[in-house]
Design a binder for this molecule. Structure first.
Ligand code: AMP
Ligand code: MG
Length: 332
C-alpha cells in the first residue's frame, strides 16, 4: 500500500493534516515526519507493537535502541529520570539536535530501549515535528526514516523511495536544515559521554560540561548504533584526506568518479557535488550520496573534513559509509 503523503507548510502546518497523522500514531501506525536533522519514522514510543513496526519497516537490528521525541522538557518525566544536570542541558540546548540518554522509567517498552535500562530522549525544534508530537499526546519513537544501513533521508521523496509500503503517512515539509542526526550523549554517569557526534557541535557541550569522548571498542560497547554498517551508498565510497592517496589509486583505474565535498577535486571527475561550507556539506551529504549513486558512478570520493564542529559528525558518517564490512573502517 502506498503511504498517504501530506504536504504541509513547515512554519504553519495545516492542523487538519497534523490531526490526521496524529490519529495514525494513536492507532499504532507509522508516520514519517521532518525534524531539523533528518526525516524520522515515528510510532507511539509507549506502544510496543507500534514500535515493532519501525524495526520491521527499516530492517533495523533489534539491539539498536530508538530515540524518543518529546514536545517539552517536562514531557520527559513520563519516560525517564531527569537530574539537575540533564535539566540544565535541556534548558540550554532544547529544542535542538541533542539527544540525552537517561535512566528509563517503567512503562517504556523494552523494545523501544532495545532491552537497556536507559532511554534516549530529544526535543526537536522543527515546527512540524513539535505539532505532531503535541497533537499525538504521546512520546514519539523515531529513528531516521530510511532502510537500515542506507543514507538517512533529508527529504520526503527519499522516505517514499526507501519505505514505500511500510509507512502509513509521510508528512512532506521540504528538505531538512541540519542534515545529520542529533548528537547523542550518555547522561547517566558522573561525566557525560559522547556516544555519537551530530548536529550540535560537541564544543558547545564542552563549553558547559565535561564530556568524555570514547574511542574504538569502548564506543561500540556503549553505543549500539555504532556497531552496524550504516549510511552507505550502493557504490564504494573512499575518503580523501590530506594527501592524494585516494586519487592516485582511482586514477590508476578507468572509473567514473563521483565527488562530494568542499575542496576542489585535484582531477576532473564525472559528477561533482560541492558545498561552500561545513554546514552546507552536513545538510547535503546524504542527498548527495543518493544523487551520485543514481548518476551511475563507479566510485564516490568524499572530502574528509577537519575534526571540529560539524566535521566530527561528518567524519563519523563518512567513515561508516565507507566501511565495506562491519569491522572494516578504513581511514584516509
Ligand atoms: P538513529 O535513531 O538511527 O539516529 O540512532 C539512534 C542512536 O542513539 C543510535 O546510535 C543508538 O545507538 C543511540 N541510542 C539510542 N538509545 C540509546 C541508549 N539507551 N543507550 C545508548 N545509545 C542509545
Ligand atoms: Mg539512522
Amino acid at each position: 500500500m502506498k503511504p498517504l503523503i501530506l504536504t504541509v507548510d513547515r512554519w504553519n502546518p495545516d492542523p487538519s493534516a497534523i490531526k490526521r497523522a496524529a490519529s495514525v500514531l494513536a492507532d499504532g501506525g507509522l508516520v514519517a515526519f521532518p525534524t531539523e536533522t533528518v526525516y524520522g519514522l515515528g510510532a507511539d514510543a509507549l506502544l510496543g507493537e507500534a514500535v515493532a513496526k519501525i524495526f520491521a519497516a527499516k530492517g533495523r537490528p533489534a539491539d539498536n535502541p530508538l530515540i524518543v521525541h518529546v514536545v517539552s522538557p517536562e514531557d520527559v518525566d513520563r519516560i525517564a529520570f531527569v537530574d539537575e544536570r540533564a535539566a540544565r542541558l535541556m534548558k540550554l540546548f532544547w529544542p535542538g539536535p541533542l539527544t540525552l540518554v537517561l535512566v528509563a522509567k517503567e512503562g517504556v517498552p523494552s523494545i523501544t530501549r532495545a532491552g537497556l535500562s536507559t532511554v534516549a530522549v530529544r526535543m526537536p525544534s522543527h515546527p512540524v515535528a513539535l505539532a505532531l508530537i503535541e497533537e499525538a499526546r504521546c512520546p514519539v519513537a523515531a529513528p531516521s526514516a530510511n532502510r537500515s544501513g542506507r543514507p538517512s533521508p533529508t527529504n520526503a521523496q527519499t522516505v517514499v523511495d526507501d519505505l514505500n509500503g511500510a509507512v502509513d503517512v509521510v508528512i512532506d515539509a521540504g528538505p531538512t536544515d541540519v542534515g545529520v542526526e542529533s548528537t547523542v550523549v550518555d547522561a547517566t554517569g558522573p561525566t557525560l559521554v559522547l556516544l555519537r557526534p551530530g548536529g550540535l557541535p560537541v564544543e558547545e557541550l564542552i563549553a558547559v560540561e565535561d564530556v568524555v569522548l570514547p574511542q574504538g571498542e569502548e564506543i561500540k560497547r556503549r553505543s549500539p548504533g555504532t556497531r552496524h554498517r550504516h549510511y552507505a551508498p550502493s557504490v564504494p565510497l573512499v575518503l580523501w584526506g590530506e594527501d592524494d592517496r585516494a586519487w592516485r589509486e582511482i586514477l590508476s583505474q578507468n572509473t567514473a568518479v563521483g565527488y562530494v565535498g568542499i575542496r576542489k577535486p585535484p582531477v576532473a571527475v564525472a559528477v561533482e557535488v560541492r558545498f561552500g561550507s561545513i554546514e552546507g556539506y552536513a545538510r547535503g551529504l546524504f542527498s548527495a550520496l543518493r544523487y551520485l549513486e543514481k548518476r551511475h558512478v563507479d566510485i564516490i570520493v568524499a572530502d574528509w573534513p577537519e575534526e571540529k564542529g560539524l566535521g566530527l559528525a561528518l567524519r563519523d558518517r563518512l567513515r561508516r559509509a565507507s566501511a565495506m564490512e562491519e569491522d572494516d573502517l578504513p581511514l584516509p
